[in-house]
Design a protein. Sequence first.
Length: 369
Amino acid sequence: MPAQTNKPSHSTKGRGAVTNHPSRFLTAVVEPQSDDWGDGLDILEHWQTRNTKVQIRPDLTKQLITTNGSPDIPFDKSINPYKGCEHGCVYCFARPTHAYLDLSPGLDFETHIFYKTHVRENLLRELAKPNYVVSPIAMGTNTDPYQPIEREYQITRTVLELALQTQHPVSIVTKGVLILRDLDLLTALAERDLVHVSVSLTTLSKSLKQRLEPRTASPSARLRIIRELFNAGVPTGAMFAPMIPYVNDHELEALVSAAHQAGARWGAYILLRLPREVRPLFVQWLRDHYPERQRKVMNVLDAHHQKPGGRTQWSTRMRGTGVFADLLSQRFAIAARKVSFDRDRIPLRTDLFRPPPQGTAARQMGLFD
């Protein structure tokens, strides 16, 4: 691998995005200008580091469960307790959603965090609807349900409490150590085949993690999450995502092996994709951290992730197509076979679901009934 670059000059410590790149909906963009006072570097430095303090706001949306019909996504229901994510993963495909809030998918996505309100009442109301059809609710599909704000607001824990009360199946994807706080709920759900957890494992390199995912748990901590969940009897796998050509793809086999040794019983990977504003943000990140690899990385991604017109195909957007994508798929298949990863997870049960009585959203049900 090429030698790593020196410390970047434009990134903000503890942040993934290099800039507050404007969203696709903004019609006016403000840029810093020097009035020739000195060299103007003080103005530029202030501009680049502005608004990096986390601001927390309520999200008053009443609907909690989101549905989708995407043919390449293995769930049709999800709950995302938070909009925005302090983890700051530069590659996050959820960044463009902040554009709908008139905020930047760049630094704003990492520093303007919105939390769902009235979660207990809203979720009980939705589960009590006569036409509700139970299927596993996925958490962590957009932003991490165990990002730092969860420690105080405990929205994810509330959802798990209600899942246990109603015997509703859930699946979780996270890279947050805070999930271990909820072992009591997770083990109770696991005893009834009502939960799966996948831990996101992107690299075993602490230095790369700090550049790529600056406010996330260390690789060793994520392996500890897998180990403790496995030891507690919670079905656990690993998500090796994203795989980035010439940045972390060389670690794929080592990641699979380390995850399996920690207790992961299944795994999956995703080739990096760059929807909307994520692309310029990632290019800025490459330019700042790995300028010598920028062209090579982007050439591979562009060649393996696009169809005519530059849009990604539904059927291939997670894995890509072409020589590199095919090779990555073969490498993963061999690595998974060596450690005997399960091809199929134990299906989550839906027959145990107990709908809450209609009109009693505020009434508490017995947690361990």
